[in-house]
Ligand binder design. Structure first.
Ligand SMILES: Nc1nc2c(c(=O)[nH]1)N[C@H]1C(S)=C(S)[C@@H](COP(=O)(O)OP(=O)(O)OC[C@H]3O[C@@H](n4cnc5c(N)ncnc54)[C@H](O)[C@@H]3O)O[C@H]1N2
Ligand code: MOO
Length: 400
């Protein structure tokens, strides 16, 4: 077994990228599309609005009939009909005519402007106009909002309420999206119990199961938390076999060479270990394997190590399956204070972002608050012992 023969991070990423898992596409109803990722470019199949539309309640007119109108010499136009929203106007305006029109209604033929009712007077079948209007006054032209054929959304876009609204505006009832990768999540360890149960001495509540499951959901995947495997062969094997129903499996804890660290030996029994050990800290004891063609990750048990390695290794694979860029999300900041690192170790340190500063969080990988207080982490390369205050750093961000 490739036990703790550490490889560089880049090699681990290459291994993950070589897995044969491919993005899948499915067509779903628009009403279920929120948060999903588009699998196609979307061009508008129609003009919005589809017709020249009144933007006010008022009078549809031929604008040229109003030219020359003034306070002392108003123009009077005959009101020959009424058009409401949803109507198909049957009227065609002739010179000197107007029609009452409501907001959102199509302009009748012959009209090219709409004057709001508060700007005119009504005298029986006449409307009295005191100022000239120009063509398109009070009108939204067909296609002025969204022209037919325009590229509206690109493949890979995550749909928020704005995009679903736009798709609705142009009449999409269904859309093609990337299928959510289905990820089994397993926590391991005799000491780990689920919230809702009383803690006995020596026990702690599960952090990684919750954090990984919800990080997967934030990315757009589907997480299946299979619970906590105890530190025994049978329990762990049973959960891993159950996990093979899904596209991939993520375990946390039990990854290092300790006496009860069974993960590696079970993966080897059921499949193949591709990586056991990455030359980074945290993350040295990480395992990457394949069982029946399904990737399986054994992430370190320490919560901050676990989530840092999830972000470095697993998140790019989930993003790839969702047709998105695998790049880490990064921002450049200035280091708020000096940090020391161990020479010969490539370290990732959690940092909090405050304005243009990256503030290092130095509680250690074992603390849950190290990642909860952090916005991301910075890399301290192997050959660097000190990063100085004010130095520019790239922060790899947690989350989406
Ligand atoms: N002799 C050495 N011991 C350790 C080393 C080392 O180099 N030499 N490295 C430490 C580092 S760094 C890490 S990371 C951990 C990795 O160990 P495992 O991946 O085998 O994880 P565990 O031993 O199972 O757990 C470590 C720690 O994290 C807690 N944990 C585990 N799962 C969860 C969970 N789901 N929710 C909350 N907390 C969890 C667990 O209780 C332990 O405290 O090894 C170090 N030891
Ligand atoms: O490897 Mo541990 O994951 O360094 O914190």
């Amino acid at each position: 077994m490739a036990f703790l023969k550490v490889v560089p991070l880049e090699e681990a990423l290459k291994v993950i990228n070589s897995f044969s898992l491919k993005p899948k596409i499915e067509e779903i109803k628009l009403e279920e599309a929120l948060g999903r990722v588009l699998a196609e470019d979307i061009e508008s199949p129609m003009d919005v609005p589809p017709f020249d539309r009144s933007t006010v309640d008022g009078y549809a007119v031929k604008s040229k009939d109003t030219w020359g109108a003034g306070e002392t010499n108003p123009v009077k136009l005959k009101v020959v009909g009424e058009i409401n929203a949803g109507d198909m106007p049957k009227i065609e305006l002739k010179d000197g005519e107007s029609a009452y029109i409501s907001t959102g209604a199509p302009l009748p033929k012959g009209a090219d402007a709409v004057i709001p009712f508060e700007e005119v007077d009504r005298e029986n079948e006449w409307v009295v106009i005191y100022k000239p209007v120009y063509p398109d006054y009070g009108v939204m032209k067909a296609g002025a909002d969204v022209p037919k054929g325009k590229l509206l959304l690109k493949k890979g876009t995550k749909l928020s309420f704005k995009e679903t609204a736009l798709l609705s505006a142009v009449g999409f009832e269904k859309v093609k999206v990337f299928a959510k990768p289905k990820v089994a999540v397993i926590s391991t360890g005799n000491e780990i119990i689920l919230p809702g149960k009383d803690l006995k001495y020596g026990q702690i509540y599960d952090i990684n199961g919750r954090a990984i499951s919800d990080a997967i959901r934030e990315l757009g995947g589907e997480a299946y938390f299979l619970g906590i495997a105890r530190d025994d062969r049978e329990s762990l094997k049973e959960k891993i076999l159950e996990g093979l129903k899904y596209d991939m499996i993520i375990l946390s804890g039990g990854a290092s060479g300790g006496i009860r660290d069974l993960t590696a030996s079970i993966i080897e029994e059921l499949g193949e270990i591709k990586v056991h050990g990455i030359a980074i800290q945290p993350g040295k004891p990480t395992i990457i394997g394949l069982i029946e063609g399904k990737p399986i990750f054994g992430l370190p048990g320490y919560p901050t190590s676990c989530l840092t390695n999830f972000t470095l290794l697993v998140a790019p694979l989930i993003k790839k399956l969702l047709g998105q860029s695998q790049e880490y999300r990064k921002v450049k900041k200035k280091l708020a204070h000096k940090v020391f690192s161990v020479k010969g170790r490539r370290q990732f340190l959690p940092v909090r972002i405050e304005d243009d500063k990256a503030v290092p969080i130095l509680k250690g990988s074992g603390a849950v608050t190290s990642f909860i207080d952090a916005d991301g982490f910075i890399e301290v390369p192997e050959n660097v012992e000190i990063l100085d205050e004010g130095e520019e750093v790239e922060v790899i961000l947690f989350g989406v």
